[in-house]
Write a protein that binds this ligand. Sequence first.
Ligand SMILES: NC(=O)c1ccc[n+]([C@@H]2O[C@H](COP(=O)([O-])OP(=O)(O)OC[C@H]3O[C@@H](n4cnc5c(N)ncnc54)[C@H](O)[C@@H]3O)[C@@H](O)[C@H]2O)c1
Ligand SMILES: [Zn+2]
Length: 368
Amino acid sequence: MQTISIDTKNKHYNVYVGSHIYESVLTLYEKQLQKADHVVIFVDEVVAKLHLENLLRPLELISKKAVHVFKLPAGESSKAVETFMACHSFLLEVGCTRKTIAFALGGGASGDVVGFVASTFMRGIPFFQCPTTILAHDSAVGGKTAINHPQGKNMIGSFYQPDAVLFDVSTLSTLPPKEILSGMAEVIKHALISDHRWVEELFSFQTFYEISNDQYLSYLVKGIQVKAAIVEADEFEQSVRKYLNLGHTYGHAIEASTGYGKITHGESVAIGLVISLLLSEKVQSLQKGTARKLFDALCAFGYSFDPVLEHKIDTLIGYMKRDKKSSFGDLHFVLLEQIGQPCMEIVSVKEVLLAHEQLRKWSMEVHK
Ligand SMILES: NC(=O)c1ccc[n+]([C@@H]2O[C@H](COP(=O)([O-])OP(=O)(O)OC[C@H]3O[C@@H](n4cnc5c(N)ncnc54)[C@H](O)[C@@H]3O)[C@@H](O)[C@H]2O)c1
Ligand SMILES: [Zn+2]
C-alpha cells in the first residue's frame, strides 16, 4: 500500500492506494469511527452489488456499530438535486448529527454528490472517499464537490476536503472498458501537465491492455501526486489549480452537447486535450506535431472523435463561454508552453474554430 499525504491550509489527510486495503486503513481510524454516533455508506447502486460487502464488513467490525447504507443512482444521474435532497432526508431519518461519519463508495459522481452532502449536512460532517474508478484517482482528491444544474455541470458545489481517501484498486477489475478509457484520459492529462518522459511512456503503448497492474498502480499514484502538489499550492483554484483543467474547456462543451451520461467525462476530456494541444502549438510554443501524436495515440487506444463531427462549433462555443473559468465571454484555456509546463491563456473564438476544423479533418480521415 502507498500513502500520499495532502496538506491544505484547512486540512491534512492521507490518500491510501493499494489492493484490499479497507480493513487495514479503517483500523487507523478506529477511535474516530467508534466515537461517531452513526456511520453511513452512500454507494453507487452498481458498485453496491460488486464491492459494498468488502467495505461494509470491516467498517461494522471496526466502528462497532451497524452501518447504514443508502444506494445512489448509478453514475452521473446521481449528481442531481433530487439525490442530494434524498441523502439529506436519509441522514435526518436515521437521526444523524454532526457526530456522524459519511462514506462515499463509487466513482467520481458518487464522490462529488456525497462530498457536497457531507459539506452541507448540519454545515458539515466528516467523510471518507472510497473511489472505485480510475477516473476517481483524480476526483476523490482535492476537495471539489458538486451536483449539476440543468443549465450546467458542477454548477452547485463547495470545496470540502475528505478525512481520508481509501483507493482500493482491486475494485477496478470490474470496470467496463469505456470507464477504463474515461479514467485514463485524466491520467494522460496529469502526465501532459507534469512530465514529458511519462507522456512518451504512455504513447509507447499500443493499447491500455498492455499496461501491467503494477504500472497502473504507479500511474495512479503519480497522478495523485501531481494533483496533491497542485491542490496544496492552490486549494481554491485561484491560480495553478486551473492547470488541472487542461482539456476541460472544450471537453465540457462536448460533454454538455452530447448529453451527460451519453459520453463519459474522460472521453470528452480526451477530445479536449487534442484541442488544447492544437491551440498550444498555435498560440504557445509547444512543439509542432505534438497534438497529432496525441490524436494518433488516443485513436489507437480506442477513443472516439465522432462527437467532434456531430456538434456545431457555435453550440460548443456557447458552452465554452459559460465555463466557470471564463469571464466576460472570453474563452480561457489551459495550454502547454511545452509538455510539463502548463499556462493559462485567453484564446480568440477564431483560433478555437481553426483548431476545431483541424480536429474535424483528422477525425474524418479516421473514418475513410
Ligand atoms: N471533484 C473533482 O475534482 C472531479 C474531478 C474529475 C471528475 N469529476 C467528476 O467525476 C464524475 C465522473 O466520475 P467517474 O468517471 O468515476 O464516473 P461515475 O462515477 O459516473 O461512474 C461511471 C460508471 O461506472 C460504474 N462503476 C463505478 N465503479 C465501478 C466498478 N468498480 N466496477 C464497475 N462499475 C463501476 C458506475 O456505476 C457508473 O455507471 C463526473 O461527474 C465528473 O464531473 C470530479
Ligand atoms: Zn476532469
